[in-house]
Design a protein around this ligand. Structure first.
Ligand SMILES: *Cc1c(COP(=O)(O)O)cnc(C)c1O
Length: 317
């Protein structure tokens, strides 16, 4: 494994992600301004040693970078050389961790949900993880569910030795703290900020950073019952990160379209039309559901005329 590069330099603060105003009919018709917060364009300026690593094509990490950065600092401060984390077969978090590990000189281990995948050819997402040097380990669904239990972690340590654990989806207190910067970048810019939610860390931090008088709206992409389980998760993350509730936020649970990575003909038609109108390819698991939800709410009169709505484009297709 390569020696970790100078983390202080490698993780230096980046400029805010770009903000782009677009004219979109369902919003414009009601006198609402729509801004896109382009976190999909976050790219890191991480130096690397081209002699040992060769050219690195960095997977654009989107919002995952905001969550990973403080966790990578903590891992380095704890003297960790290897990161272990968890995700599904198409996890953006696994890809971002693999890329960050390669660039920063951490070894990475990706524990993937589902041992039925073990013998199969890697899908493009996991192939990318492997190309970035991530060791992949497929865990059966029962043990995957119990991944935080000492017994499962002990078995992983027996297999892989010492490692620093990052949670599934990268969401923990440090991740939520990292995402407050997203809120701060949007302070005074928008009245309502929408973001798609998987594990809730991004919403927890965004709401905290946004400041008073502005609302963060989280759009759940997973089916989660009523009230949606994510509401409790976000509350817990805020308690862990900030000591209690922060900001004005709410979870919208009507636009998961059947659940994680599920789609409906209405969602597809919306996303295809949006892409045609703006020439902007949409990430379909999260971002398409966010924009579908926001435009439906605009149509329902949820946002007053003269207000500004920002949609966080958390990742690229
Ligand atoms: C992970 C992810 C999210 C959700 O972030 P959470 O902090 O897990 O809620 C949203 N959009 C994209 C593109 C993602 O990869």
């Amino acid at each position: 494994m390569n020696a970790p590069v100078d983390l202080a330099a490698a993780l230096r603060p980046r400029p805010p992600s770009p903000l782009q105003e677009i004219e979109d009919e369902p919003f414009a018709r009601r006198g609402i301004r729509l801004l896109l917060k382009r976190d999909d364009l976050i790219h890191t300026t991480i130096p690397w040693d081209t002699d040992t690593l060769g050219p690195v094509e960095l997977y654009p990490p989107g919002n995952k970078w905001r969550k990973l950065e403080p966790n990578l600092r903590a891992a380095a401060a704890a003297g960790a050389r290897t990161l272990l984390t968890f995700g599904g077969a198409y996890s953006n978090h696994l890809r971002a961790t693999a890329a960050a590990g390669r660039l920063l000189g951490f070894g990475t281990i990706g524990v993937v949900r589902g041992d039925e995948l073990a013998g199969a050819p890697l899908n493009p997402s996991l192939a990318r993880c492997a190309a970035d040097g991530m060791r992949l380990y497929f865990l059966d669904r029962d043990r995957y569910r119990r991944k935080s239990e000492p017994e499962v972690l002990a078995a992983l340590h027996d297999r892989f030795g010492a490692f620093h654990v990052l949670p599934e989806g990268g969401s923990n207190a440090l991740a939520a703290q990292g995402c407050t910067e997203l809120g701060r970048e949007l302070r005074g810019v928008a009245d309502t900020v929408g973001v798609a939610c998987g594990t809730g860390g991004t919403l927890a931090g965004l709401a905290a950073g946004l400041g008073p008088g502005r609302q963060a709206l989280g759009f759940a992409v997973l089916k989660g019952g009523r009230p949606h389980f994510l509401t409790g998760t976000v509350e817990e993350l805020q308690r862990a990160a900030f000591g209690g509730p922060r900001g004005d936020w709410r979870l919208e649970d009507r636009f998961h379209c059947g659940g994680y990575a599920r789609r409906t003909p209405e969602l597809d038609a919306f996303a295809d039309a949006f892409e045609r109108r703006h020439g902007l390819p949409l990430e379909r698991v999260y971002v398409a559901k966010l924009l579908y939800g926001l435009s439906t709410l605009a149509g329902e009169g949820a946002f007053p005329a003269g207000s500004t709505v920002a949609a966080v484009i958390t990742g690229a297709p």
